[in-house]
Every structure is written in structure tokens, then in C-alpha cells.
Design a protein around this ligand. Structure first.
Ligand code: ATP
Ligand code: MG
Length: 311
């Protein structure tokens, strides 16, 4: 059942997912470099290119696509993901590439998605890093929700922040809704997640109280427990001013105050031409410019992510 698969307390390795409401914010760039940093701490890391239909982590790592890929799992060619993991040349770091996308792969059917989520949770590594597609479709959110560390990347601009809140709200709604077994109750509960307030969010506690008698005591308790457990982390990428760099603290407050959702601001990564250059050269920034300000910032946010990483 989806409810059980999304229960992230059950996985083996620590899963880190990088998602965003808006595209092009730096998910793939950060997934690659965060992976390299953690692997450098002698932890076994598997990067999974879960951007179904738009996979490009192999390009960030300058690796050819010649073996098995995630697409082969989706198409049924293989029934296990582990053989698709390729060495990246960085000690302790391997990659499961997304592969050349068969047409329509982003619309993966429910059963396949469940199998893929289970296979990811079965991977044997200290850390599994999921680079996700953009947006709030269920085929993105369900990968986000299996992670122990649910990291959202946003740029410090209004549209990106707006999409950030939409992403969190939809992810939370998706997770909490799986806890309601009865279909008609689910429908009414979904309706009460309607927009409200400056960022289109409202306190989940208020939604629960509005739902009132429609939720039985057991379900209501599970929802409250899940809400208390549900934590999201934020990295602001592409910052250029001091105001940008502190914006994350205001977002933390809005998340807590307006939604009742715990958010941890992990820090910022400045805009830097060296990032663009390293991307163009297909040489990850942490390897190309290990002493740069951006490399230090990536190490800082990753170290903050790893504090208490045993979950
Ligand atoms: N801090 C930065 N400074 C300069 N350029 C950056 C920075 N972060 C990312 N970029 C550049 O922005 C582009 C998009 O980055 P990336 O591919 O990681 O985004 P994405 O969120 O994965 O996009 P998509 O939604 O398409 O998957 C890349 O060319 C990357 O080099
Ligand atoms: Mg990407």
C-alpha cells in the first residue's frame, strides 16, 4: 500500500530527495555535488536519477549511457535496480542513470511506480540521493515522500518561493491523505486543503479541526502524528545579496507559523559563473573548484543536513 511505502521510517539506507516546485533551480547540480561530498566522507552513496523523462545526472558526471538504467527497470527489462548502479570514478559514489527515456516514461503507471519506490528503498548504501523531476505531480511527490531528508531547492525570487509553498503543501496533502482509508472522507478532506492566506497555505491543525467529525479518532491521531514528524529542509540556490541569504529564515517562520510545518533552512549557495563553467565542462564543481566559495557552501549545507543523520 502507498501509505506503507511512503512511511520513511522503514528504509535501509538514508534517503535524501531533492525536489522543487520550479524547474532549473539547481537540483541536479546540487544532487551531484552533495553526493560527491558525502562519498568523500567514506560513506557509500548511490545517486538515483529519478527525473523520469528528463534524466541528466550522467551528463553532470560526464558518464556514457551504455549499461542498464532506471528506464530498463520501468520497462520491465530488469526486476532489480542494483545492477544498474555504475561507478562514477569518485570513490564510494555510484549512479543509477535515468537512461534514454522511452516516450511517456514520466507518466509511469501506479503499479510500476510502487515497484520502483520499493526497489529504491531496498538499495544497499549508506545514502541514496534522489534527483527528482520538477513540480507537484504524484509521480514526483511520491519519490520525495519516501525520503528521510526531504530537501526543497528554491531560488530567492517570488515565483520560486510561491512554487516552494505549493510544493510543500501538496506533498503534505498527498502524505496525509494516504492515511485516510475511506474514499468519500478523503474527498471531503481534500476539499478543505483549499487555498488561503498570502502564500496559499493554511495551518494543517485548522484543516484537521475543520474536518471535525469526518475523521475517526484513530485516523485523526495518525494524521497528527505524521504532521508532527513531517519535516522539510530548504536550500536557497542562486543567491546574490545579503537579503537573499537570510530569506530562508523568514520562510522557516512562514512554514511554521502559517502552516504548522517544521522547516529547516540549511543555507544558501551563491550564484557563481564557476558553476556554469563546471556544468559546461561536465566536471562537478566540487572536483573542478574544490576551494571555491560555492564548494564551501555546498559542504556547509550538506554537513548541516547530515547532523543527526541516523534519522
Ligand atoms: N549557484 C549557481 N550559479 C550559477 N549557475 C547555477 C547555479 N546553480 C545552478 N546553476 C546552473 O543552472 C542550470 C540548471 O541547473 P540544474 O540542471 O541543476 O537545475 P534543475 O533544478 O535540476 O533543473 P530541471 O528542473 O530541468 O531538472 C545549470 O546550467 C547549472 O549549471
Ligand atoms: Mg534536474
Amino acid at each position: 500500500m502507498l501509505r506503507d511505502i511512503l512511511d520513511c521510517s522503514q528504509a535501509g539506507g538514508i534517503i535524501i530527495a531533492l525536489g522543487s516546485g520550479k524547474g532549473g533551480v539547481g537540483k541536479s547540480f546540487l544532487a551531484t555535488n552533495i553526493g560527491i561530498h558525502i562519498a568523500g566522507l567514506s560513506k557509500k552513496v548511490i545517486l538515483v536519477d529519478a527525473d523520469l523523462g528528463n534524466a541528466n545526472l550522467h551528463t553532470y558526471l560526464d558518464l556514457p549511457l551504455k549499461g542498464l538504467t532506471l528506464s530498463d527497470f520501468i520497462s520491465g527489462k530488469v526486476s532489480n535496480l542494483a545492477p544498474a548502479a555504475i561507478q562514477t570514478g569518485v570513490p564510494h559514489l555510484s549512479l543509477i542513470p535515468g537512461g534514454k527515456a522511452p516516450l511517456g516514461v514520466a507518466n509511469i503507471v501506479y503499479k510500476k511506480k510502487m515497484a520502483l519506490l520499493k526497489a529504491i528503498k531496498r538499495l544497499s548504501a549508506d545514502f541514496i540521493i534522489l534527483d527528482l523531476g520538477t513540480g507537484v505531480s504524484f509521480n514526483v511527490l511520491d519519490f520525495f515522500l519516501i525520503a528521510h531528508h526531504k530537501v526543497v531547492i528554491a531560488r530567492p525570487e517570488p515565483a520560486s518561493i510561491e512554487n516552494f509553498f505549493q510544493f510543500i503543501k501538496t506533498a503534505l496533502w498527498r502524505r496525509l491523505t494516504t492515511l485516510i482509508p475511506d474514499l468519500s472522507t478523503r474527498k471531503r478532506w481534500e476539499a478543505s486543503f483549499d487555498q488561503e492566506g498570502e502564500w496559499g497555505v493554511k495551518r494543517v491543525a485548522k484543516i484537521i479541526s475543520e474536518a471535525g467529525g469526518m475523521l475517526n479518532e484513530g485516523v485523526r491521531k495518525k494524521i497528527e502524528e505524521e504532521l508532527a514528524r513531517f519535516g522539510v529542509k530548504l536550500i536557497l540556490n542562486w543567491t546574490t545579496t545579503p537579503d537573499h541569504r537570510t530569506l530562508g529564515y523568514s520562510i522557516e517562520k512562514v512554514c511554521e507559523g502559517a502552516m504548522g510545518v517544521a522547516l529547516q533552512y540549511l543555507g544558501y549557495i551563491d550564484y557563481d559563473l564557476q558553476v556554469e563553467e563546471s556544468t559546461r565542462l561536465r566536471k562537478p564543481l566540487l572536483l573542478k573548484y574544490p576551494d571555491s566559495g560555492v564548494a564551501k557552501a555546498i559542504r556547509n549545507v550538506t554537513n548541516r543536513l547530515l547532523v543527526g543523520y541516523e534519522r
